[in-house]
Structure formats: C-alpha cells, structure tokens
Write a protein that binds this ligand. Structure first.
Ligand code: KG4
Ligand code: ZN
Length: 358
C-alpha cells in the first residue's frame, strides 16, 4: 500500500543531545541542509563509556556554537526557520534536558513552534533523509507499508512494525543489554577503547570466528525478544581465563567469535519476525548498522524472504545525528503535532513505541 504525502517542506532546526553527541541540523522537508555533530568521544574514552555528568556539561558548553554553526552551514537565518525540534527521549535524562532547554529558549526568543521527537523514530525514519540535492530514498517512490523496522543501537535493539508514518508497534525488543552496548562492553573487557563497536568490527576482520565456543543467545526461543547479557557474561569468563593462562594474540579471533554470535542472534530473530509479519520491506537504523558484516547478514536474511532492505543514503546517518530528528519532526509537523504548551515539554528518558498486541 503506498501513501501519498503532501510535504509542506518545513524548514526545521533540530537538536539531539540524547547521549554523547551534541548535534544540531537544519532540514527542509526531508532534505538535510546542515547536520553538525560535535562528538564527545574524547571526553568519555578514559572511562570506556558515557559519563552522564560529563556529557551534560559538554552539551551545555557546545550547544550554542553548534546551533550557530548549523544555521551558517545551511545558509539560513532565524526568519527562515519554521519550527524547532528536539529529542524528547529515550536517552540520558540530564543530557536530554540540555537540548530541550535550548529548544525552548530559542522557540521563545524567536517565536517558533516546537516539535518533540522520539529519538528511536528518528533512527527509524533516517532512511528517508535526502541530501540537499534530493539524493536518497523517497517515501512515495520507494516505501511500501507495512514495513518492518530493525533498530540496532547502543541503547536499543528493536523490531518495529510500521503500518504508516506515525503508526508504530514494537514487536520485539531486548530483555537486557542492547546489541551496541554488548559490542562496547566486550571491547572494554578487551581494553580496546570506546566506542567499541567499530574497533571490534575492524579486529574481527582478521580473526577466526570459529576458534572460541560462545553461546548463541535465546537460540531455542520462539519470541522476538533479544538478550545480550548471557553472551556478554560468557565473554567475560572466557577472557578472564585466557588472561590467566597468558594466552597471546587471541583478540582478533575473540572479536570475530563474539561478532558472529551477535549477528546470528540478530538474524535469527529477524527471520522469526519475517515469518510472522508479511512485509515487503525491511528498514534499518541505529549505530550497529554501520557494521558491514551486520548489514550483509541482515540483507541476506531479508532476501531469503523476498524482502527488500532499505538504508539511509549515507551510512553516517545510522549513528546519532540531529538530521534524523529533523526528518522525524517534519512528519509530525505535517500532522500538526506541535508541542501545545511549551511548559509541558519535558524529557522522557524511557520513551518507547507502543507494544504490539499479542
Ligand atoms: O545509534 P547510536 O549512535 O547511539 C544510540 O542511540 O545508542 O549507536 C551507538 C552504538 C555504540 O554502541 C557503538 O559501539 C555501535 O553503535 N556501533 C557499532 C559500529 N559502529 C557503531 N557496533 C558495531 N560495529 C560498528 N561498526
Ligand atoms: Zn541513537
């Protein structure tokens, strides 16, 4: 079923401070005019993970200059901005607050309406973003509803049934750790640095994925749930044993073995979802999708069911960025879903999609 949308091409200034990137974008309709990402990786590296209080302070220092830079790069003045969007959640409460406070301040100062965006809807709709020349997928030409969304990030692992834009049902989710979190924690155990996902992927290229015997999570489970904590704990025990024995040069093999099991788990559950829900398209989003192997195996799984895989036009749109918030916001604006009362706009660290009825 194809839907017709009459885009009004709102020009939106979008802010995302949900985790450790201070990001501001200017979008026009689904086109990205500017997408500034000020990464805090250097600040969190020595802790091998995000420290919320450090993230908050860095967001506070950077948000003003990043807003100005986004406007300059987009060649837009405040007069040309139709609305301001900010991530409401999910994310770190004290980090989200910085972006929301800035959005409220700017909305009041320049008299602009506000849009409150679900960060995961941003990841889910990032495949609809286009560059300033209109390169990218199009909702009208490329999208067929219902489709299945597969969001794999540092905070979430979700399967979402999308009946239309704005109608989402959560059909599968992790019971404990998210996939990206597992990559990061295993990297931390191996003292590889932060964020661990890209480092594990790189080392895994040179490794033997069959050397270590790691568990396949929820292998005999019929639900669409995910779980990464058992695999993570098994990694911890095996790494401790390898270290105690003084084993040399095991890290690439270990990364390859862990990545193999993580991917088996992701594609096993995807396959179960594709058997259960008849869709023609699979839409991918979230930081872990930047992993080439993850993407390749997911595509192969979808192909078995004659399902087409759709991705953002630029793989950098998979990790956190404010352009995806601007894209999700324009669809809210289309439906008139502006924040009614500025005072009531508050962060929601555990914001989620509605659960599908069993
Ligand atoms: O979507 P994202 O930027 O932030 C959240 O909303 O969580 O995802 C970040 C996560 C991190 O856990 C990071 O390690 C993981 O995505 N990630 C990767 C790769 N690139 C980023 N995981 C595996 N392989 C990668 N190449
Ligand atoms: Zn994210």
């Amino acid at each position: 079923m194809r839907h017709m949308y009459t885009m009004k091409n709102y020009t939106i200034l979008a802010i995302d401070t949900s985790c450790d990137e201070t990001s501001v974008a200017v979008t026009q309709g689904v086109k990205i005019l500017a997408n500034i990402i000020s990464s805090q990786v250097d600040l969190h590296q020595e802790y091998a993970g995000v420290v919320p209080s450090i993230a908050k302070r860095a967001h506070q220092e950077r948000i003003g200059p990043v807003v100005n830079l986004a406007l300059t790069r987009a060649h837009k003045t405040w007069k040309e901005i139709d609305a301001i969007a900010a991530t409401q959640g999910p994310g770190l409460a004290i980090a989200l607050e910085v972006g929301i406070a800035k959005a409220k301040e700017l909305a009041a100062r320049f008299g602009k309406p506000l849009l409150a965006v679900n960060h995961m809807e941003g990841h889910l709709l990032s495949f609809l973003a286009q560059n300033s020349q209109g390169k990218g997928l199009s909702l009208e030409k490329d999208c067929e509803f219902p489709f299945l969304g597969f969001l794999i990030s540092g905070g979430h692992t979700q399967l979402v049934l999308v009946k239309k834009i704005g109608n989402y049902q959560l059909v599968g989710e992790t019971l404990d750790d998210a996939a990206g979190e597992a990559f990061d924690k295993v990297a931390k155990m191996l003292k590889l640095g932060y964020p661990g996902g890209p480092i594990v992927e790189q080392l895994a290229q040179k490794g033997d994925p069959f050397r270590f015997n790691l568990p396949w999570p929820l292998a005999n489970d019929a639900t669409l749930n995910f779980s990464f904590s058992g695999l993570k704990t098994a990694c911890l025990y095996q790494i401790q044993a390898l270290e105690e024995r003084g084993t040399k040069n095991y890290i690439p093999d270990f990364c390859a073995g862990f990545q193999r099991m993580a991917i088996l788990h992701l594609t096993d559950k995807l396959e179960k979802a594709l058997k259960k829900y008849e869709v023609k398209q699979l839409v991918l989003g979230g930081g872990v999708i930047s992993n080439l192997h993850v993407r390749k195996r997911i595509r192969e799984t979808a192909r078995k069911y004659k399902v087409k895989t759709l991705l953002p036009y630029n793989i950098n749109l998979c990790t956190d960025n404010a352009a995806m918030i601007g894209v999700a916001a324009v669809f809210l604006a289309e439906r008139g879903k502006f924040v009614r009362d500025i005072k009531t706009f508050d962060r929601n660290p555990i914001l989620n999609f509605p659960l599908a009825k069993k």
